[in-house]
Design a protein around this ligand. Sequence first.
Ligand code: NAD
Length: 411
Amino acid sequence: MTHTEASAFEEVNEKVAQAGEILGLKSGVISALSSCEREVVISIPLRRGDDVEVLTGYRVQHSSARGPRKGGIRFHQAVDLDEVRALASLMTWKTALIDVPFGGAKGGVAVDASLLTDIEKEEIIRRWTRSLVHVLGHHRDIPAPDMGTDSKTMAWLMDEFHRLEGFQPACVTGKPVELFGAPGREEATGRGVAMVAAETLRQHSVEVQGATVAIQGFGNVGRYTALVCQELGMKVIAISDVTGGIKDEKGLDIKKFFGKKSLADVEVNERIGAAEVLEVECDVLIPAALGGVINSENMTRINARFIIEGANQPLSISADKSLRESGVFIVPDILANSGGVMGSYFEWTQNIQEFSWPIERFRSELDTRMETAFNNTNRVAEKYSVDLRTAAFIVAVGRVSEAFKLRGSLI
Ligand code: NAD
């Protein structure tokens, strides 16, 4: 991961401190909001042939001020404590920004998910769940998928949790629709990213029809973002995954290869590098894979008018500043990709009520609530004369600090 300037957690806390100062919070309160409530590090012995490999797993609970902690589990070789802290903290700000009754958490295992068999993946998530069951639960901390994990992984997690604690399908979100998942959850993050992209274009009087889009990532977020962008009339001209990228100035037909596991075997005229997609000339650039991919090394080669952050923390703070100064409009992760946790909230409430919504209701509630968050963040940006990321943090930090005060934990 290329967080060259500061660590990922330090970068989030820089924004928290800035928002706290604008809101006039005391320095002790800002310190409290910059710390994690609980951090658990576990070892996960994994059978490898006739030997064992020991992996490291994490669950960081950043805040429960506004509700049970909520956040995904990442399986990736670059996972470490600092990254999990940063992502847990971002969940606190994201859930507050979109006003759902959750706090923030994140989990992970340092392992290359692409090298795991299904049986190994199942063994890892079951062990992760057994070791952490005492801090999990539908009113304590609710995991969800992230990079390297998916609905199948969440089904194994739920099954292990049920063995230990009894029936509680709301203990995890992002489950398969056939097993207490919610129709609409899988597409929710990408759908939200695409909707935000379209709304941003309209806000800047740029025609949505035919607007050119480049996307890094063809996983859960990237592929649904691409699909919905195309459905909304935009032209996806480049997309990449870990195997490399593909490009077509006339527009790629995403529907044609939507179901493919990777882009490696897609038939197309032009192939580009996995990171090269970030430098393609386009209206909208959507990083939807790793963090830290736009940084001081490549920021001068970005060729887009708008950046919509599908991934978490794809821009370093210095790249964010420099690109904004050169006129690029950036929609921050905690707003742009919040459709995922919004969808998780819908799944969680449906599980608790043992009631399920048709997908049309899911989509319309998602669209309405995303629009509210988008408009509110824009209003705050105008009020304080700040960029959208700073505005998003002002809203979120304001809500969490208020909850802290009302709980009586601070004066
Ligand atoms: P995923 O594992 O489903 O997909 C990741 C994609 O990134 C894959 O296509 C992979 O090939 C690609 N990739 C990996 N390394 C790459 C590289 N070096 N260059 C180009 N592509 C590369 O993960 P996801 O769930 O789609 O998550 C992607 C990002 O979105 C992460 O930052 C995650 O935290 C964030 N996010 C996910 C959700 C969600 O609901 N899944 C919600 C909010 C934010």
